[in-house]
Design a protein around this ligand. Structure first.
Ligand code: COA
Length: 177
């Protein structure tokens, strides 16, 4: 299994089957394509014999980075790929934040922490366990967040809530520091 950075936005159509297979139906072809056009959006792929079996997508922002989606092919799950993708993504965020600090003229001096946020369905136990294992803490619940009709509560007339997770990444010193 190989983890490689996502280097081209042309990859979008190749990601959709994996994303749909992972049950993240809100991420359509068009939505992924548009996401990859946003400055700062980046990601990693998990490859098995050149097949894409895992993917993480998110956005670097020096103050509020985000993870938009993480998925692993059902046949490749529970072998550590999800965790490795997330760790690769976090390492890249730290690298970009160090580069930002090096160029910053902020009079307060560089911040040694980087905040990362993500949202996940409250019902998604597997993903929540993974995020919590990697140090993400539940910050708040966003009520009525996922507007998919199939999962609407017919009695309460409500949609599924999202758990908002947050992690502070402390910038690790590099070998040259
Ligand atoms: C969530 C997901 C990415 C995890 O990927 P993965 O490659 O299986 O993750 P890992 O192998 O690194 O597992 C990490 C942790 O997740 C939990 N986990 C994963 N699969 C599990 C399973 N079948 N049973 C119990 N716990 C499990 C465990 O806590 C595990 O930690 P451990 O290794 O100490 O047991 C994958 O299940 C997936 O693609 N789900 C569908 C898409 C999704 O819901 N994405 C998240 C929302 S964006």
């Amino acid at each position: 299994m190989l983890i490689v950075p996502l280097v081209t936005k042309e990859i979008a159509p190749s990601l959709t089957p994996l994303i749909q297979l992972s049950g993240l139906s809100e991420w359509t072809d068009e939505k992924v394509k548009n996401l990859l056009l946003i400055p700062g959006v980046m990601g990693y792929l998990g490859l098995d014999d050149n097949d894409i079996v895992g993917c993480v997508l998110g956005k670097f922002d020096p103050f509020q980075s985000e993870i938009y989606l993480l998925c692993v092919h059902p046949l490749a799950r529970n072998k550590g790929l999800g965790s490795h993708l997330l760790e690769s993504f976090e390492a890249e965020l730290q690298k970009r934040r160090r580069e930002y600090n090096a160029q910053s003229t902020d009079l307060g001096g560089p911040t040694e922490e980087l905040q990362v946020f993500l949202e996940v369905r409250v019902s998604n136990q597997l993903a929540r366990r993974l995020y919590e294992k990697l140090g993400y803490g539940c910050m708040r619940i966003r009520s009525n967040y996922y507007k998919d009709v199939a999962k609407k509560d017919p009695l309460l007339n409500t949609y599924e809530d999202a758990t908002v997770y947050q992690k502070s990444l402390v910038l690790k010193p590099t070998a040259k520091d």
